[in-house]
Design a protein around this ligand. Structure first.
Ligand SMILES: CC(C)(COP(=O)(O)OP(=O)(O)OC[C@H]1O[C@@H](n2cnc3c(N)ncnc32)[C@H](O)[C@@H]1OP(=O)(O)O)[C@@H](O)C(=O)NCCC(=O)NCCS
Length: 219
């Protein structure tokens, strides 16, 4: 029964998510192109922008939650996180041509589950930048970073009502079920080589432009 209610919630919340076609149209009408968005490692200097982005994307995702985490809370959390310099975590950000952060993904080199070594602990894009392939690209970066650390499996713990479950499933995530068969929003990937292969780190427009012989410096 709970699984059924969660499926209905995913559908209803999904109605509020932007479509791929609309976001692509808006992107181009703002004079942006997918290839003008770069993905890079987050730096301590990003903390204010990252905290602000975290607040905004979280509120867009969980619009029904009262008293969402504030900027002060997120800023403190990110500052604490950047104080950890033992290589146990990493974060990639998506940056626009105007040097604004529009998305991020954070990975941790451990989980509470023995069969999964890495955790995709956060992945968020501003609404205007969803459904454009950037989530897949971010996961491509995360998977490759884990592989470079010798980590070949990854888990993610989300909420079962989130329409983004469709994203995790499109990327081959396996639902992690409780002993009673209930699904609580967790996903696992048992082969990060396979995940990395299905998540290119550059977007489709780069390939199109390259195949039409535009010099890569102009992409
Ligand atoms: C989840 C998220 C990072 C995915 O990134 P994205 O750039 O929107 O996803 P992509 O465009 O890379 O999608 C890859 C595939 O996943 C599937 N998918 C992604 N979002 C989907 C959705 N809301 N509904 C159905 N399918 C979806 C599609 O099959 C898509 O392929 P398509 O290009 O043919 O549509 C992004 O939507 C987001 O930030 N959502 C809000 C925050 C959130 O829920 N984070 C997860 C917390 S656990």
């Amino acid at each position: 029964m709970r699984n059924f209610l969660n499926a209905i919630a995913r559908f209803v919340f999904g109605l509020d998510r932007p479509s791929k076609a609309a976001n692509l149209r808006h992107l181009h009408s703002r004079g942006e192109a997918l290839e003008s968005l770069i993905i890079r490692e987050a730096l301590p200097a990003d903390i204010p922008a990252l905290a602000a982005l975290h607040v905004k994307t979280w509120m867009q995702t969980y619009a029904h939650v009262k008293n969402p985490p504030t900027y002060a809370i997120r800023e403190h959390q990110w500052r604490e996180q950047f104080n950890v310099t033992d290589g146990s975590w990493f974060c990639f950000v998506v940056e626009s041509r105007k040097a604004e952060l529009v998305g991020f993904a954070k990975g941790k080199a451990h989980t509470d589950l023995p069969e999964f070594a890495g955790e995709l602990s956060k992945i968020y894009l501003l609404r205007d930048y969803q459904r454009l392939g950037l989530g897949r690209r971010l996961v491509g970066w995360v998977a490759r970073r884990f592989l470079s650390q010798g980590i070949t499996t990854m888990a993610l713990f989300g909420t079962p009502q989130n329409p983004s479950c469709a994203f995790h499933e499109a990327l081959g995530g396996e639902r992690l079920l409780a002993k009673n068969g209930e699904f609580h929003g967790g996903y696992g990937w048992r082969d990060l080589h396979r995940l990395a292969n299905s998540c290119p780190v550059e977007g489709p427009e780069a390939k199109t432009l390259r195949s039409s012989n535009v010099p890569s410096s102009e992409i």
